[in-house]
Each structure stands twice: as C-alpha cells, then as structure tokens.
Design a protein around this ligand. Structure first.
Ligand code: AMP
Ligand code: GLY
Length: 424
C-alpha cells in the first residue's frame, strides 16, 4: 500500500513511525514531514494546507491512502477533494470536521444528541453576549467559534475579564474565527482525552491519554498545544469509558449521520471527568499532539489496515491490540514558546536518547542542515518512552530528555504528576 501522510509535527512523526512498521506498506510519502520522518519515507516539499498540491501529488503517485494529521487541511476540505478523485482519505469531510472547526456547531450537535456538556449560548453581538454573561457565575468560559490555534479560549475569573474577552474576540482579534463566540458554563473535574476510530458507522475505541496544556511545572503559565502526555489515564476507568461511549461518542456520531455529515477518521473527545461522570469539553477531528505519540507507543497492532478500513467503510473487519505498558512523552519547546520563540539552536544527542531503553524521540520543529539538526519551531522534539508502569515510562522519558543537548529550549519536569499520585 502506498500512503501519503499529511503534516509535519510530532504527531505525524509518530504516525509515520507506526505506519512504517506495517508489512502492508510499500511506500510512504510525507507532506511536508520533518527530518525525523526522513528515514521512514520520502518527503514532499508541500505545505500541509496546500490542498491543490496535495491532491495532485496523491494522484500523480497513485497512493492508496492519504492520512491527514492536522485539522487545518480537513477544515479546508482536503478529504472531500481527495474522495472526489477516488483517493481514500483517513480524515473527515469539511462538513464533519466542523465538530472541531466550529464550537457552536459542536455544541449544537452534542446538545441534539443529548450528550452531557456545559450549558452554552452563541453570540455575534456584544450586548447579547454581555446579557448572557450577567446570568452566569464565575469562572466564565468564553470561546471564539472557529479555529484559533488553541488560543481562542478564555477562562475568566471575574465578570470584567470575561466582558473584555467578549469584546476582544468579537472585536476581530481572530478575524473570521471570532465572528461568533460561544459562552459556556464552567465544568469542574479532571480532563482526559479519548480517541476512537470510526468509518461513519462502526466505532473502534482506541485509548485515553492526558496531556499538560500549561507551559510550566505545576500547571502554571500560558496554554500551549501540549507539553507532555501519558497513557493510559488512570482517571479514565472502564466505567468512565463505557459511559463516554454510550452517552457522548455513539449519540454524537449517530447525530452526525442523521444530519447527512457522517464523521470518518479519528474523533478526539476532550472530556471533563467530575462527580457526575464524563462531560464533553470539545471535539477534535484528528489525533492530539502530543497524545498521539503515547497512543502510537502503546499500540501493538498494525495501524495501517485500521486507517485504511476507516477510510473505506470497513472498520468492522478490524481489531487492534494494546500494550498493558504505560507510555509517556515529554515535549521540548523553544525558549519563549508559546509566545515568540528563538529559532536556530543546534540539537545534539537525539541518537543517544533513541538508544536508551524504551525511548523513541519524535521530531516536530526541527530542520537539518549539512547533516546537523537545528530547532525551527515552537515545539521542537517529543521524547517518548514506554515502561511497565507510568513512573518507569516517565523516568525513562526524562533519561531521554537528559541525553539531548540543546541550549535554547525547556521542558516540564512534572509530566504525569496527576497520575503518579496513584503510585505514591
Ligand atoms: P477547548 O479548546 O475548547 O478544549 O478549551 C481549551 C481548554 O479550556 C480545555 O482543555 C479546558 O481546560 C478549558 N475549558 C474549555 N471549556 C471549558 C469549560 N466549559 N469548563 C471548564 N474548562 C473548560
Ligand atoms: N494536545 C491537544 C491537542 O492536540 O489539541
């Protein structure tokens, strides 16, 4: 099977690493990939959001499957364009990707499906939003409707802060993405990310993970794309999983079918697990990054036939095996991330880290020049490890981090702290 993987981050390196282990794979192309993916496949110098060029490349190379990593090309309709040309694509249509690209659509679909989620209102008008806010109590949750690279969510402690977020978002800070906003009830609890594959009908549960969104130790500092993750998530018990499937995943996917926009690909549910069980925070139409890295480290079965079956409506034929091992991943980010960050520092020791027990380094914001590796992005490397227990996986991952020489970055030193409480 010839596969084209779209994207170039740590998530795509992990997907490529797993796909490359499949005996069914004959050739892997990656657009654009990163230096870490180079030994696994052929890089194409195409942007992940260059839909026309990706469609042309998939056809010219007669690929059997396109696997889309990030959300932006899905929201641009890449999967629809590929399917229109008869190219199987793992990833939802533009209409189904609205579960991620429009928070108002997501909330309305979840509500119609009866899924437990925060009460909400949607607004285009400042006065109406302020009136709704006045009826809520702190903390306030204000979100831009559209994709805002994880920056469109404000959790405000005071009314004044919430009011200024409303004006800021509706005032055009995120352009079209903020033309409409959603105001939600605040949900208390512990967050977990849960992933299922679906072909629109059949659902194949994957696993849960927890990530660390804040930049610094102790869950302090600004929100990021994710600074580390681990799987399994102790908070996500079998009972919580069953309830999530029964009350959230199945009804929402059924609602998507009823609405004529069946969802196909991987559905990532962000959940808040509180006293009343799991409630839906958000959906994403793709794997999480860095959650994907830990899922790929724990998956024992062959991912490729599962992705192909999801893309072609045959997911009922597939099962996947999972390791009982735990996996952890630590993100190394450039100083300054998630704000303006430094680029260009040299990175050494990746091979040394890779050689440690249980460790695999996935690259994200890196570039290669004359055989040397340099930082070129915000999140630069993800150091993953597996172990018999979570503390072992975390210890091994930090041994990997310590084997890497790179002066211009930082990582959190407390990845897994919530779950480790179980072990102390
Ligand atoms: P989102 O992009 O919708 O996932 O929001 C980003 C983060 O904000 C989530 O991961 C939660 O930590 C937090 N968050 C979003 N909505 C809520 C809510 N209704 N209640 C509590 N926390 C929330
Ligand atoms: N790590 C969270 C995300 O991928 O959205």
């Amino acid at each position: 099977m010839k596969v084209l993987l779209v994207g170039g981050g740590g998530r795509e390196h992990a997907l490529g690493w797993k796909i490359a282990q499949s005996p069914l794979l004959t050739k892997l192309f990656v657009a654009p990939g990163n230096p870490g993916i180079k030994p696994l496949g052929e890089r194409l110098a195409l942007g992940a959001e260059d839909v026309d060029a990706i469609v042309s490349a998939a056809r010219a190379r007669a690929v059997d499957l396109v696997v889309v990593g990030p959300e932006a090309p899905l929201a641009l309709g890449l999967a629809d364009r590929l399917r229109a040309h008869g190219v199987p694509c793992f990833g939802p249509s533009q209409a189904a990707a609205r579960l991620e690209s429009s928070k108002a659509f997501m909330k309305e679909t979840a509500t119609r499906a009866g899924a437990p989620t925060a009460a909400f209102g949607r607004f285009k008008d400042v006065a109406a939003a302020q009136a709704f806010l006045a009826g809520m109590s702190a903390p306030y949750v204000v979100k831009a409707d559209g994709l805002a690279a994880g920056k469109g969510v404000v959790i405000a402690e005071t009314f004044a802060e919430a009011d200024s977020a409303v004006r800021d978002l509706l005032g055009g800070r995120f352009g079209e993405a903020g033309a409409e906003i959603v105001i939600e009830e605040f949900m208390a609890g512990e967050e977990a990310s849960y992933f299922v594959l679906t072909d629109g009908e059949t659902i194949l549960p994957l696993a849960a993970a927890q990530d660390h969104k804040r930049a610094f130790d102790g869950d302090k500092g600004p929100n990021t794309g994710g600074m580390g993750a681990y799987s399994p998530a102790p908070v996500f018990s079998t009972e919580v999983e069953e309830e999530t499937l029964a009350r959230i995943i199945r009804p929402v996917l059924a609602e998507m079918r009823r609405g004529g926009t069946p969802f196909q690909g991987v559905l990532f549910a962000g959940l808040m697990i509180g006293e009343s069980g799991p409630r839906l925070v958000e959906f994403n139409a793709r794997f999480g990054d860095p959650e994907c890295q830990v899922l790929m480290r724990r998956l024992e079965g062959d991912l490729l036939p599962a992705l192909h079956a999801a893309a072609t409506g045959r997911l009922h034929e597939v099962t996947l095996q999972w390791s009982r091992n735990a996996a952890a991943v630590i993100v190394l980010a450039a100083d300054g991330y998630p704000g303006a960050y430094r680029k260009g520092g040299e990175i050494k020791g990746v091979a040394r880290a890779d050689a440690l027990p249980g460790v695999v380094v996935f690259q994200a914001g890196t570039e290669e020049k004359d055989g040397r590796l340099f930082a070129s992005g915000g999140r630069v490397l993800s150091v993953s490890a597996v172990g018999a227990t979570l503390p072992e996986a975390v210890r091994r991952a930090y041994a990997g981090v310590d084997a890497i020489e790179w002066r211009d970055g930082f990582c959190r030193r407390d990845i897994g702290w919530r779950a480790m409480k179980t072990f102390i």
